[in-house]
Write a protein that binds this ligand. Structure first.
Ligand code: PBG
Ligand code: ZN
Length: 377
């Protein structure tokens, strides 16, 4: 009780704050989404997502190398096919765009984890996530026939080199169907990251520009969840766990922090949160207008996802975050380096951020490393 307890004691300088900090964001937590398009030499910026591009496979490979060098362990691939049809052929064809991209990335950067979004909406002519009854104009996707397509899609993605299957279509039984499809094909060790609690959200708007997957009619409310429900999220999670999911996702993230928290409490599987396109667009737009401090808002948002219980974050900010974390680690290393000069130790300790090929800094780098700024907000 006051004045015995003065919580401000532990906030009085940055070193103390570092010592008692509960949540630490690292590059290990990040998954970077990429959009593959047919062609060569293509990098087409998405209008509603500044800094996000539709990329041809050659560019995807370049990007994958950069992502890996930044210490980000995984990408998730989405595909925009040359042709769309009612059977979503582009999704499960062995030469589909995601299959081709996955093979190329794994060949160039074998250690980078490649996740595939396993859904059909980018590949169907009507833009829904599965088969429709002939003449249906409402978008009530036929559940069980769609499972067969998802199975086929997952197997062909893994055959092409994909490491993790992430089904996102919210079909009942999709985890079980995909698990049995993968097992029958011999891929018993390929994990499934299920979009377990995925809501019918207006926050996906910019993504649908990026993936060219806006439904031509109707909406996704007969398969994605009602934003008003939380108990239902736990039901979905329980089903997916029973069906063999290895990891669970909550989507979107920002407006669904309570769901992230509840899912984390309800399961001992790793939980991912998808910081979706609309969340990205809002921060970008405000930042580009000079209305907010982009770096601080993004880092605060990511830290809050972790505080809510997420283990992994799918985010379009991933590359920026990794750069910011490296700058921070450089300045920590510089601080250690300065001390080392006057004491015995000569090798700066690499901070605990996973950075493949992280070399102890040389004196020149140390001199040019940014020094951590003491901000007081
Ligand atoms: C496909 C899918 C969507 C997203 C990820 N996978 C769109 C949708 O359901 O319409 C959205 C991602 C984002 O908004 O960033 N089913
Ligand atoms: Zn879909």
């Amino acid at each position: 009780m006051f004045p015995i307890q003065r919580p401000r004691r532990l906030r009085s300088n940055s070193q103390l704050r570092r010592m008692v900090r509960e949540i630490v964001l690292t590059t290990n937590d990040l998954i970077y989404p990429l959009f593959a398009v047919p062609g060569e030499g293509i990098a087409q910026e998405v209008k509603s997502m500044p800094g996000v591009y539709q990329l041809s496979v050659d560019k995807i490979v370049e990007e994958a190398k950069e992502v890996y060098d930044l210490g980000i362990p995984a990408i998730i691939l989405f595909g925009i096919p040359a042709d769309k049809d009612i059977d979503a052929t582009g999704a499960w064809h062995d030469h589909g765009i995601v299959q081709v991209a996955a093979t190329a990335v794994k060949e160039a950067v074998p250690d980078l984890i490649v996740i595939a979004d396993t859904c059909l909406c980018e590949y169907t002519s009507h833009g829904h996530c599965g088969y429709l009854e002939v003449g249906d104009l409402t978008g009530r996707v036929l559940n069980d026939p769609t499972l067969e397509l998802l199975k086929k899609t997952a197997v062909s993605q893994v055959k092409a080199g994909v490491d993790i299957i992430a089904p996102s279509g919210m079909m009942d039984g999709f985890v079980r169907a995909i698990r049995s499809g993968l097992d029958e094909a011999g891929y018993i060790d390929t994990p499934i990251l299920s979009y377990a609690a995925k809501y019918a959200s207006a926050y996906y708007g910019p993504f649908r520009d990026a993936a060219e997957s806006t439904p031509q009619f109707g909406d996704r409310r007969t398969y994605q969840m009602d934003p008003a429900n939380s108990r239902e999220a736990i039901k979905e999670v329980a089903l997916d766990v029973a069906e063999g999911a290895d990891m669970l996702m909550v989507k979107p993230a920002l407006a669904y922090m309570d769901i992230i928290w509840q899912v984390k409490q309800a399961t001992n599987l790793p939980v991912a949160a998808y910081n979706v396109s609309g969340e990205y667009a809002m921060i970008k737009a405000a930042a580009l207008n000079g209305w907010i401090d982009e770096q601080r808002v993004v880092m605060e948002t990511m830290t809050s996802f972790k505080r809510a219980g997420t283990d992994l974050i799918l985010t379009y900010h991933a590359k920026d975050i990794a750069r910011w974390l490296h700058e921070e680690s450089m300045s920590t290393a510089k601080w250690l380096g300065d001390r080392a000069a006057s004491e015995v130790q000569t090798t700066p300790v690499a901070p605990c951020i996973r950075t493949p090929g992280f070399e102890p800094l040389n004196p020149e780098q140390l001199a040019s490393a940014p020094v951590a700024e003491e901000t007081n907000a």
